[in-house]
Write a protein that binds this ligand. Structure first.
Ligand code: F42
Length: 142
């Protein structure tokens, strides 16, 4: 069995434990915002270990949009590199668990459409983009 390495960040690790431990009944929103969170399970590109990353839930029909905002930090979150190396992911949206493939969105028009949708779902994404010089990577899991 592949090893699971929890996030080194306490609040992230605890959210994953509560979310998965309750079968998607608890810990499913981002703190005071009350907005929905999903858990993206993927594989570390160097360790080969299982990684679990909570992200805001952004839906485009049956597909999910993954926004690598990391609060507008100057660097990409490292899950971006894991997903570029291995696009096979599992998305947990509350009690629903789905195997999907994550594709980085490179087409400008498609990114613009998905970005607008992401900001509508989670308005702070707009502030995060304004805070950083990097163009925030966007993936779509389908
Ligand atoms: N982050 C976002 O970017 N967008 C969101 O919408 C978002 C929402 C959200 C909601 C709830 C919540 O609890 C957290 C949320 N976060 C959101 C934070 C998100 O879950 C991640 O913590 C954040 O994006 C940082 O991702 P990260 O992949 O950089 O994680 C760090 C903390 C981490 O785990 N680092 C590990 C470490 O040990 O330092 C490395 C993990 C790793 O994947 N290692 C790879 C491996 O091989 O195993 C190697 C990677 C490499 O190339 O070096």
């Amino acid at each position: 069995m592949t090893e699971y390495i929890p996030s080194p960040r306490d609040w992230v690790r605890e959210q994953v434990e509560l979310y998965e431990g309750s079968g998607g009944a608890e810990g499913v929103t981002l703190r005071e915002t009350g907005l929905p969170v999903m858990i993206v399970t993927h594989i570390g590109r160097k360790t080969g270990a299982i990684r679990k990353t909570p992200l805001m839930t952004v839906k485009d029909g049956d597909a999910y949009v993954l926004v690598a905002s990391q609060g507008g930090a100057p660097k990409n979150p490292v899950w971006v590199y894991n997903m570029r190396a291995n696009p096979e992911v599992e998305i947990r949206d509350q009690a629903q668990v789905m195997k999907m493939r994550a594709r980085e969105v490179t087409d400008d028009a498609e990114r613009a459409r998905l970005w607008e949708m992401s900001v509508a779902a989670f308005p702070p994404y707009a502030e995060y983009q304004a805070k950083t010089d990097r163009k925030i990577p966007v993936f779509v899991a389908e």
